[in-house]
Design a protein around this ligand. Structure first.
Ligand code: ZN
Length: 274
């Protein structure tokens, strides 16, 4: 008899915790956070995704993500839950920027080695799969000012088609503060990269990272733990930039996502910097 009661309770608890929650928006460029029963395994379109022991997981929908995605959760008891996502397509702008130094648009042969080396440093930092969930703290705008570049734009630099712009630009005077967008650990700092100039990357856990580039000052060190809102650097125009601004990027592993989707539009009062 007692055994039967226990079984009934277990079924009840099992029923209540049978959950797969996903938080969008389900649109191209979005970071999706999910929770499920601790100990479950998760796949996205058949590819395994790391889930933390507490059941938290995260994944990205790329700039050109397909209109459909399938999340599958396999629970410890073998039960399978699935969610089909309909991914909204976006229309990206075309942005023309002129007046960039020629060498920054068409690098010289000898620059390529340096560019490749720096790209590897950035990619290695992005690929860290730290078992922390700092991204759950939520995100804030790391700087205030005019939005001078949006995510996804097709770029034409000095008249030449170049890779799309995969971040958000906030224009503000040199020296304006840049803060950490969420809790995390500094995964990279660099004083002079070819394209990105003074650069900071922050690891927010299980593949989620943010990057802050073109800075005039780097005020943190690699390995340092930072809190959401903590001063980490100052706006500048180092690397490939025509004027002082922060380029803010969001990544899931090597996938570039739209950080603006995490924080919503910047309030008008914060766009006016001096
Ligand atoms: Zn930018």
């Amino acid at each position: 008899m007692i055994r039967v009661v226990f079984l009934a309770l277990a079924l009840l608890v099992g029923g209540q915790t049978a959950a797969l929650e996903l938080k969008g928006p389900f649109t191209q460029g979005a970071l999706i956070t999910g929770t499920t029963v601790p100990g479950s395994s998760v796949t996205l379109d058949g590819v395994p995704i790391l889930a933390l022991p507490n059941g938290s997981f995260v994944f990205g929908l790329s700039r050109n993500a397909d209109s459909k995605a399938l999340v599958t959760v396999r629970h410890k008891d073998g039960r399978i839950e699935q969610k089909r996502l309909k991914v909204r397509k976006r229309n990206y702008r075309i942005q023309r920027i002129d007046g960039l130094p020629k060498r920054k648009v068409t690098p010289k042969t000898r620059d390529y080695k340096r560019i490749a080396r720096e790209r590897k440093l950035l990619n290695d930092a992005r690929q860290r799969m730290t078992k922390i969930a700092d991204f759950q703290k939520g995100f804030m705008w790391p700087a205030h000012g005019r939005i001078s570049g949006v995510y996804g734009s097709q770029r034409i630099l000095n008249g030449k088609p170049r890779a799309p712009h995969l971040g958000v630009d906030v224009a503000a005077p040199t020296g304006s503060p840049v803060v950490a967008a969420s809790d995390g650990v500094v995964s990279l700092t660099h004083e002079a990269m070819f394209f990105t100039g003074k650069t900071i990357q922050i690891d927010h856990g299980i593949g989620v990272g943010t990057i802050y580039i073109h800075l005039s000052e780097v005020l943190v060190k690699k390995g340092q733990r930072v809190r959401k809102g903590q001063l980490i650097g100052r706006i500048g125009k180092t690397g490939r930039a025509t004027g002082p601004h922060l380029h803010w990027g969001l990544t899931w592993k090597n996938m570039r996502l739209d950080p603006a989707l995490l924080v919503g539009p910047m309030p008008d009062a914060l766009k006016k910097q001096r």
